[in-house]
Write a protein of this length. Structure first.
Length: 178
């Protein structure tokens, strides 16, 4: 890091930042696609930041651990499916715990309806599971492609998870609320 010039650091980071900026526009497109659900259930918009943040945080946590393990030699590229399976199990445990706590919070403390509480909590379970898997998978794939996973991992995972979280959320809303 200290031997790199500022220009070199910026040049290596800028392509990822451009890709992330452009891909983040998917989020607004997804919200527009589901405006009909939002019009009927405006309360759903208040949970979007929590769902996105939870997904981004869990995915970043996973990717940080995988990048560190790659750097220390604790895992190899050939371990990809072992790592993905392990993080999938972690995601299931974390998703169930977070979903359960959120359901209790929404239904009993906030006094939200059963269906809205269920919807948000199931979305958390799904988003955490997906985030953990992607957080394990993407850094290893990026490393295999010859790129530095530290340059893309957390940001890229957060951006992708934001879009996926909305698709899951509104897809489940369509199934549960209609």
């Amino acid at each position: 890091y200290m031997e790199e010039t500022v220009w070199s650091l910026a040049k290596n980071r800028l392509p990822w930042l451009l890709i992330l900026m452009i891909s983040a526009t998917l989020t607004s497109g997804i919200i527009n696609r589901y405006n009909w659900i939002i019009q009927d259930f405006i309360i759903l918009t208040s949970f979007i930041p929590m769902l996105s943040d939870t997904g981004g945080n869990t995915g970043s946590q996973s990717s940080t651990m995988v990048i560190r393990a790659l750097a220390t030699g604790d895992i190899k590229i050939s371990d990809i499916w072992k790592v993905v399976f392990k993080e999938g199990k972690v995601g299931l445990i974390a998703g169930l715990a977070l979903g359960f706590v959120n359901f209790i919070r929404l239904f009993f403390l906030v006094k939200e309806s059963f269906l809205i509480s269920l919807l948000v909590s199931l979305t958390i379970l799904c988003v955490v599971e997906l985030s953990k898997i992607m957080g394990a998978f993407l850094p290893i794939v990026v490393k295999k492609l010859g790129f530095d996973p530290a340059l893309m991992a957390s940001s890229f995972i957060s951006t992708v998870i934001d879009s996926c979280a909305l698709i899951i959320y509104f897809g489940l809303a369509n199934l549960i609320l209609y």
